[in-house]
Design a protein around this ligand. Structure first.
Ligand SMILES: Nc1ncnc2c1ncn2[C@@H]1O[C@H](COP(=O)(O)OP(=O)(O)OP(=O)(O)O)[C@@H](O)[C@H]1O
Length: 143
């Protein structure tokens, strides 16, 4: 049995994190990664890329047809993002909590969105919302 940073390695979850274009434009990458590391989560992989409309249509499939979808595509393709796989005990739930509510005005103090973001359109970070989403997103974005 391998014990790694306090959790049994084989039971550690993985989640896909995307630091959105505003995180890079506003020089917040280091601060956000600092908050993730403060929680003792582990960064398993990290890369930068500008997402294509094809990537985003796949990723945000559930939002296709909604009024904000065109703005979401414009925003998410407006510059490079940082794509990370982060692991840790209960990391999926823990990272969603650390990100805070989708609307930063409703996000708890101390969360990433509550601390650094101010609009629902540009809310800095994506985090997988379930084990199924995490598997689907990691399989798509990490080749
Ligand atoms: N009503 C809205 N107006 C503008 N943008 C929105 C709205 N709802 C969602 N979005 C954008 O679409 C993204 C995906 O929405 P979702 O409801 O899946 O929120 P989330 O799970 O908190 O965010 P994400 O999927 O990016 O982690 C949001 O993060 C936000 O950027």
């Amino acid at each position: 049995m391998i014990i790694y940073k306090g959790c049994i390695r084989v039971q550690c979850e993985k989640t896909l994190i995307i630091l959105k274009p505003d995180a890079i434009k506003r020089n917040l990458v280091g601060k956000i990664i600092g908050k993730i590391e403060e929680k003792n989560y582990t960064i398993e992989s990290m890369n930068m890329k500008t997402l294509s409309v094809e990537d985003l249509t796949y990723h945000y499939d559930e939002h296709k047809g909604k009024g904000f979808f065109p703005d979401l595509l414009d925003y998410m393709s407006s510059g490079p993002v940082v794509i990370m796989v982060v692991s840790g005990d209960n990391v999926i739930k823990g990272m969603r909590k650390l990100c805070g509510a989708t609307d930063p005005l409703e996000a708890d103090a101390g969360t990433i969105r509550g601390t650094y973001a101010s609009t629902k359109n540009e809310n800095l970070i994506h985090s997988s919302d379930s084990i199924e989403s995490s598997k689907r997103e990691v399989a798509y974005f990490i080749k």
